[in-house]
Design a binder for this molecule. Structure first.
Ligand SMILES: Nc1nc2c(ncn2[C@@H]2O[C@H](COP(=O)(O)OP(=O)(O)OP(=O)(O)O)[C@@H](O)[C@H]2O)c(=O)[nH]1
Length: 590
């Protein structure tokens, strides 16, 4: 048996038992099926170790025939055996190989869990806690119940070794929550008791203790049951109940010694020495303590040995054996220091890893916060750009709408203005606008001494047309007369309805002769206008009076008076004729 510290002994026992029960024993064994053969070998590792070694050698001879998964399984078992033989460094390398390269999730998880224990035993605490962190992270993805159970088992043990007993209890509870078919509550309960004991929260009447013992006895797990009973002995001793401790030690003595499990025997012996020492039975205490020393090796460094030296020191001191007392005291303090150093190293390593993880987490959080901020900014910028585009579009739409609205307004204003200038029936200038335009034009002409002729037109006997054919026909006649007259005007001439059946024309830049000719052409056009009413052509004629600027100047009033007078004369002269102003050279009458 290999020399381990007393705390590690318990963990080793827990480790061995865990692997014993991971794979249920298989009865058949044939190399014809290497997968099954490997499973069988794995199940026999601790219960029949010689056979396991022999099977390992046998399958090594068949190595070339093995499938890749089977080869990796074999390498995992090799790593286990190497660790069992005490070569932790080589075993760690082999396990890392399986973890990194096997590609078989269950094997990688089992190898990780075993490596965790390996690193702990080998006092590579920092690496152990780093691996524990990785295992914890990977745990949600471990679906295989046995692999999950194993991971939790080693995680719980590792947390206890780091003094993180609450976490250890939590992992142990998680083991109990999802037990693989081949497992019982013995191991989860034992781990909880161990964590409670390490954190001094266990007393002899704690229900957890009894519950765990019952579960392990029922599950036929003597190593676990004995570990729990030895813990109970320790609790009795802490509670100053040495007689109860001795009674329990007595009860389990046979089983402990029969098991041959050296760490338990040593632990049992040390507890006996301690119980007798508390009772003041120095002889028995010394005897038991010396038995512990006899079982140990000079280079052993463990807590049980440290406690033993302490007991011996106290006894020798009491007896006044100063030299012996000093010798034991020196050995006790050296071991105690080593043990405390180890505890501190574990706690320190745990804290270091946690700090590192925390720093990484903070850095990750900081980076993710920066990313989130950046994303928010980008989103905000995109939204701003979108909003700007929207505002621009809205602005353009509003602008377009305003322009359209203004355009339509202007157009309708112009239309109304134009309409307000026109006569509703004939659509030529109404009187007011006509007079205004005539006055403006006359002023312009006057400035450049241009000639013009004002023409007044009045339909003859229009009342009769209305009376004979109706007012609507009268309107039609008015429209036709206007259209006929327009044919003889130039764009510069002004044409307006003065009222009723009376119209005015200003012929611009027009000589007397031209004026008379145009007026007569209009008269003739009116006369030729055909408006029929129920097949009867309506006779239309008009009288025309003219006044020229060459005779009366550019004064509108004067011209109007003279044109009106000429028109009056045309009427009086018999109608349907053109009469010019009196002062004109030609008294034109047609
Ligand atoms: N249909 C129609 N008749 C109008 C309009 N404005 C005025 N009149 C009519 O025109 C007629 C003008 O009659 P009068 O002033 O007696 O002149 P007239 O009958 O043409 O006789 P003379 O001018 O002397 O030849 C009236 O009967 C008015 O009612 C109009 O817009 N439409």
């Amino acid at each position: 048996m290999y020399r381990l510290s007393s705390r590690i002994w318990l963990w080793s026992a827990l480790l061995i038992m865990a692997f014993c029960l991971l794979v249920p024993p298989v009865c058949a064994s044939t190399i014809a099926n290497p997968g099954q053969f490997l499973d069988l070998a794995e199940s026999l590792r601790t219960s029949d170790h010689p056979r396991f070694v022999q099977m390992l050698a046998q399958i090594h001879r068949e190595e070339p025939q093995l499938a890749p998964t089977e080869l990796w399984h074999l390498r995992y078992l090799d790593a286990w055996e190497t660790m069992y033989e005490g070569n932790y460094t080589k075993s760690a390398t082999q396990l890392r190989e399986v973890i990194d390269h096997s590609g078989v999730a269950i094997l990688a998880t089992k190898a990780s869990a075993l490596l965790l224990s390996n690193l702990g035993i080998n006092r590579h605490y920092k690496e152990a806690f780093e691996l524990a962190n990785r295992l914890t992270k990977e745990l949600p993805g471990v679906r295989d119940p046995a692999a999950r159970f194993t991971s939790l088992y080693f995680l719980s043990m590792t947390m206890t070794s780091a003094g993180q007993t609450d976490l250890a209890i939590q992992y142990a509870r998680m083991m109990g929550d999802a037990l693989p078919a081949s497992e019982t509550l013995c191991k989860p309960f034992t781990l909880q008791v161990d964590a409670l004991d390490k954190s001094r929260r266990l007393n002899s009447s704690s229900p957890e203790l009894q519950r765990a013992i019952t579960a392990c006895v029922a599950a036929r797990q003597p190593v676990f049951a004995n570990s729990l009973r030895l813990i109970q002995v320790g609790v009795y001793l802490r509670e100053e109940q040495p007689r109860k401790a001795l009674a329990l030690l007595d009860r389990i003595a046979q089983e402990i010694h029969h098991s041959g499990y050296e760490p338990h025997i040593l632990w049992w012996q040390m507890n006996e020495a301690n119980a007798y020492a508390i009772l003041g039975n120095d002889n028995e205490a010394r005897k038991a303590a010396l038995a512990v020393l006899a079982m140990s090796h000079p280079e052993d460094k463990n807590w049980a040995l440290s406690e033993t030296y302490k007991i011996l020191y106290q006894i020798e001191k009491k007896r006044g054996h100063a030299a012996a007392a000093l010798k034991y005291y020196e050995q006790f303090t050296a071991l105690d220091k080593a043990y405390l150093d180890d505890v501190n190293a574990r706690a320190m390593a745990y804290e270091t890893v946690q700090q590192h993880v925390l720093a990484q987490k903070l850095e990750t959080e900081r980076l993710s916060q920066q990313n989130a901020l950046l994303r928010m900014r980008q989103t905000l910028d995109a939204k701003k750009a979108e909003a700007s585009r929207l505002y621009l579009a809205l602005l353009l739409m509003a602008l377009a709408f305003a322009v359209l609205w203004m355009f339509r307004l202007k157009r309708s204003q112009l239309r109304f203005k134009k309409l307000s200038h026109l006569d509703g029936l004939t659509e030529i200038f109404n009187r007011q606008h006509f007079m205004g335009e005539v006055e403006r034009t006359l002023r312009l002409l006057e400035r450049r001494a241009g000639a013009a002729c004002l023409v007044f037109i009045d339909l003859d006997h229009f009342k009769h047309i209305n009376d004979a054919y109706g007012h609507a026909m009268g309107d039609e006649v008015l429209r036709e007369v206007v259209m006929a007259s327009k044919q003889h005007l130039r764009p510069v001439d002004l044409f307006g309805r003065l009222g009723g059946e009376e119209f005015g024309i200003l012929l611009v830049e027009c000589t007397r002769g031209q004026g008379m000719a145009i007026a007569d052409r209009i008269r003739l056009a009116v006369e030729a206008t055909v408006v029929e009413c129920e097949g009867v052509a309506i006779a239309i004629s008009t009288s025309v009076g003219l006044a020229f600027t060459d005779a009366y100047g550019h004064d509108l009033q004067r011209l109007c008076r003279e044109a009106d007078a000429a028109l009056y004369r045309a009427k009086r002269g018999g109608r349907n004729r053109v009469v010019a102003d009196i002062e004109g050279s030609i008294p034109a009458e047609a």
